[in-house]
Design a protein around this ligand. Structure first.
Ligand code: GLU
Length: 445
């Protein structure tokens, strides 16, 4: 049983946050943490905060911050509040002063780690050196011996807290009730709890989620590619597909169901169904989600999306080829390449056909011409030009004469390609008039 207090924290409302450092572009793992925090907050009508942890002036860059903001916006993970630690320096001073005044921290003069001839001042926490036990929503009870941490450094000055102190103060100031973050942060938690205890502030609920791994079970890294959200955006993945897949990397709904919209994820999400072990990222699986999400778009959404790829084509023309794209959608970038290579051109204008290819492997040109003439006759008198209708019209003749001998020339006459969808589908898309025109033209070769 999860207690009321655990779900709602002290203030009665769930507040979650994602706290990326802008020292790199938006990582897939950070996006997944953002998603889990978003889902949890929305599920309990709480708030989801984005906090840019840019205290490391040297490594933080505005361009990375921009990438993080635009990546989250693209994924539709809207936050309720945005903060930058660099704009909050005044907030930290009273807390640091309190620690010094209460002798929970002390100023220490030390040799600089960069240059041992320089003396610097740092502020260290007086570590009581005890065991810290906390309950992790995913991993259960976790205990650390904090003696080995020593009196660790928490600030450079009254206005320059280091990571652990800044996180603790900010989470407290922002009323964060639940800290849902990557498992790589689990060893930071005892330090942060020691600081909370020294400041006398309450402990949030912790949930450390399993890492996302590459197929060889190593950490998903920038070096290997595929670790940044922007790459998937550029490849033309649908944000809804990436969100859906990320949700299932480490979480499961407890059923076989796989396809979820963001709102459906909000309804279904729970920390109790987050697994402990690492989750392996597979681009193949993501592609499957992409196709499924494409299929579920409304017709007008599909046409809008496709018109960005089928440059200069009319909406009425694009509408017709949607069923084809439904079958083979493998991302907008691949589709754009295929379109540029002319792979879909025969849906819009008659292809050139080669008399050597027309008969296919088994027949002669003479036979192929005869079959095409017969097909023209059969199709002239049919009014049902759906793929099924076209198939019904020609099937008996093709079965009698040999399907390969009849249907290959038919398909090739319509597409001008050795590989293409079946001739019934093509005929239904280009329509009766154009189908007859192409069949007649090939029959006259
Ligand atoms: N700023 C930290 C990071 O980017 C995250 C801090 C936290 O989630 O507690 O890894």
């Amino acid at each position: 049983m999860i207690s009321f207090r655990k779900i709602f924290g002290m203030g009665g409302h769930v507040v979650t946050r994602i706290a990326p450092s802008p020292t790199g572009a938006l990582h897939i793992g950070t996006a997944r943490s953002a998603l889990f925090n978003y889902l949890y907050a929305k599920k309990y009508n709480g708030r989801f905060i984005l906090r840019i942890e840019d205290t490391d002036r040297k490594r933080s860059r505005k361009e990375y911050e921009k990438d993080i903001l635009s990546g989250l916006a693209w994924l539709n993970l809207t936050y309720d509040e945005l903060y930058r630690q660099s704009e909050r320096t005044a907030i930290y001073a009273p807390y640091i002063k309190q620690l010094l005044r209460e002798n929970k921290a002390f100023v220490s003069k030390e040799k600089s780690t960069h240059d041992s001839s320089v003396e610097v001042e740092v502020i260290r926490l007086r570590n009581p050196g005890k065991h810290i036990t906390f309950f992790d929503e995913i991993r259960g009870e976790v205990t650390f011996d904090t003696r080995e941490l020593g009196d660790f450094v928490i600030a450079r000055s009254n206005t320059e807290p280091l990571y652990h102190l800044a996180v603790v103060i900010d989470d407290h100031e922002m009323g964060v009730t639940h800290i849902i973050r990557g498992e790589d942060h689990i060893s930071n938690t005892p330090r942060q709890i020691l600081i909370q205890e020294a400041l006398g502030i309450s402990r949030p609920v912790y949930a450390h989620i399993p890492l996302i791994l590459a197929s060889d079970r190593s950490k998903l890294s920038k070096r290997k590619g595929g670790a940044e959200v922007a790459e998937y955006r550029e490849k033309g993945y649908l944000p809804a597909a990436l969100v859906n897949y990320l949700a299932l990397l480490g979480w499961n709904p407890g059923t076989e169901r796989e396809i979820f919209s963001l709102d459906e994820l909000v309804d279904s999400f729970s920390l109790s169904h987050v697994q402990k072990s690492g989750a392996i990222f597979s681009e193949e699986k993501l592609q499957w989600f992409n196709r499924e999400h494409f299929r579920r778009l409304s017709s007008s959404e599909k046409v809008n999306l496709l018109s960005t790829v089928f440059d200069g084509k009319k909406t009425e023309e694009i509408v017709h080829i949607v069923p084809i794209i439904d079958e083979r959608f493998d991302g907008l970038q691949n589709l754009a390449h295929a379109v540029r290579d002319g792979e879909y051109e025969y849906f819009f204008s008659a292809p050139s056909v080669d008399e050597n290819v027309l008969p296919g492997k088994s027949g002669t040109l003479e036979d192929a011409r005869g079959h095409l003439q017969k097909l023209v006759q059969l199709l002239e008198s049919t009014s049902d030009f759906s793929a099924e209708g076209v198939k019904d019209t020609v099937w008996e003749y093709a079965s009698e004469k040999g399907r390969g001998e009849v249907l290959w020339p038919m398909r090739y006459a319509l597409s001008g390609k050795e590989k293409s969808p079946d001739p019934f589908t093509i005929a239904s898309i280009i329509g009766k008039e154009e189908t007859l025109k192409r069949l007649r033209r090939a029959a006259a070769l």
